[in-house]
Design a protein. Structure first.
Length: 469
């Protein structure tokens, strides 16, 4: 059974809801009105078009909870199936799909409607619409579609493959770094008096194909199913034990059986029971409460391992040699990054805040050194990132030097951004007025210097930004 079809003869659900969503479909409606439709590109990032009232600096962006609308139209109207047999796990009725306009690749899951009215099923769909998990390690449901037989949940696609494929191939520090990410999302789930209940190493995937060991929970449906309150404490314990088994499996590449937990706790002589990773496995298996999250966070050895891996990741994403930007180019890049690379921006914000030791909203040279874990070219790098030369790096400056300009600055992205910023086919300085800490006079001066006018056309806008490549 493919992702865009189902074989159930079930009755149409009585629950037909009229709700709202910000999604790729918004962009499709905009593009339809253009004379020349922009051809899609297979590597285009996801776009979430914000209204001009919502275009703000990343410093002040507030993530609001938006209830997802269930589209009463066929999934195939908006997405093309790339691989109908694709699945993260066996028998998961999932397919790999690509949006017909943006080209973004997603995973679509076919959820069959029950033959009879089912309160638990309605509860699941309502929860999918209301999902409120903010962890960066949660592969979110982006959109929901339905026909008479099925719902189709469109989810983030993690291109790096299943975490299980890394078993026996990674070092202790890398494995503990991965576990710290898994605990991040699990802590959030448990704090909401919820649980997963069927967690395993196959529940996670690597976000992309780089070697940064950044993982996401992809098996999210169990979280939104109806739960028995009396079982919450017991099932949360099972979740924590599952994380311990994931760490054990990552290091040893041994299969998990019903006797594995008992065997680990007995500390057999043929296993490295005195290593840091083994101690963490036992800690997770024997944990009785949510205090485990604080215990891991406060453990010096684990914390140092995680910080080392985070510094390694930070170093890979900061561009050490990029073209200098004008003031208007900086503001446009910030806007584009928040629209097209929202996920990456959230990662960068987390890294920035974690290394802002005195919580003053900036990074000093010493704090940047801590983030990178290296003294090499730190002086030149700091000078390049500090665009305004005030001796400190703010969040916008940090993001500017960490964004992937080659992927960000494309014809498609520039046209979509121009459409968001412009009025009546032109951009003027006042179009940037809704950005926090934006100096319209500097914007206007840059426009005059670049195009000898206080008004900028689409072609001039494209050239302005393409000059950064």
């Amino acid at each position: 059974m493919g992702v865009c079809q189902s074989h159930s003869d079930g009755k149409k659900s009585n629950k037909q809801q009229q709700l709202q969503i910000v999604s790729e479909q918004t962009l499709q409606e905009k593009v339809k009105n253009k004379d020349n439709v922009i051809p899609r590109h297979k590597t285009m990032p996801s776009i979430h078009c914000y209204s001009k009232e919502k275009l703000v600096s990343c410093k002040s962006m507030i993530v609001s909870k938006i209830k997802k609308r269930v589209y009463g139209e066929a999934l195939a109207k908006f997405y093309s199936v790339l691989n109908s047999q694709f699945g993260y796990k066996n028998n998961d009725n999932m397919g790999l799909v690509q949006h017909n306009v943006t080209g973004v690749v997603r995973v679509a899951r076919n959820i069959l409607k029950p033959n009879e009215q089912d309160q638990d099923f309605d509860h699941l769909i309502t929860n999918l619409q209301d999902q409120s998990y903010n962890s960066l390690h949660f592969a979110n449901i982006i959109e929901l579609y339905q026909d008479s037989k099925s719902y189709y949940a469109v989810q983030e696609y993690c291109s790096g493959g299943l975490l299980i494929d890394k078993c026996g191939l990674i070092k202790e520090e890398e494995a503990i770094y991965i576990i710290s990410q898994i605990l991040d999302i699990l802590e959030e789930i448990h704090k909401q008096d919820n649980y997963h209940g069927s967690l395993s190493i196959s529940s996670f995937a690597l976000y992309d194909q780089t070697n940064n060991h950044y993982v996401k929970l992809i098996d999210v449906i169990p979280i939104f199913q109806a739960k028995e309150k009396s079982k919450i404490s017991e099932m949360q314990k099972d979740d924590r034990q599952a994380v311990g088994l994931i760490l054990f499996q990552l290091i040893t590449n041994k299969p998990i059986t019903s006797q594995t937990i008992e065997m680990i706790i007995k500390r057999p002589k043929d296993l490295p029971t005195k290593t840091e990773w083994y101690q963490l496995v036992v800690l997770l298996l024997e944990s009785r409460s949510s205090i485990i999250y604080e215990q891991v966070l406060q453990n010096k050895q684990y914390r140092e391992m995680v910080q080392k891996q985070e510094a390694r990741y930070t170093e890979t994403i900061i561009n050490k040699s990029v073209k200098k930007t004008s003031y208007i180019q900086q503001k446009v890049l910030i806007i584009m990054n928040s629209i097209f690379f929202k996920e990456r921006q959230q990662q960068l914000e987390k890294i920035f805040k974690k290394n802002d030791g005195n919580r003053n909203g900036t990074l000093s040279k010493e704090e940047l050194y801590t983030a990178l874990g290296t003294e090499e070219i730190i002086d030149d790098l700091f000078e390049n990132i500090d665009c305004d030369g005030n001796g400190e790096i703010d969040l916008d400056e940090f993001i500017l030097h960490s964004c992937d300009r080659k992927s960000l600055i494309t014809d498609f992205n520039l046209e979509a951004t121009f459409k968001e910023l412009s009025r009546k086919g032109i951009i003027v300085a006042s179009n940037f007025s809704r950005l926090q800490n934006c100096d319209e006079e500097k914007i206007e001066n840059d426009m005059v210097e670049f195009c000898n006018s206080k008004r900028m056309s689409l072609e001039q806008f494209k050239k302005l930004m393409m000059d950064l490549l």
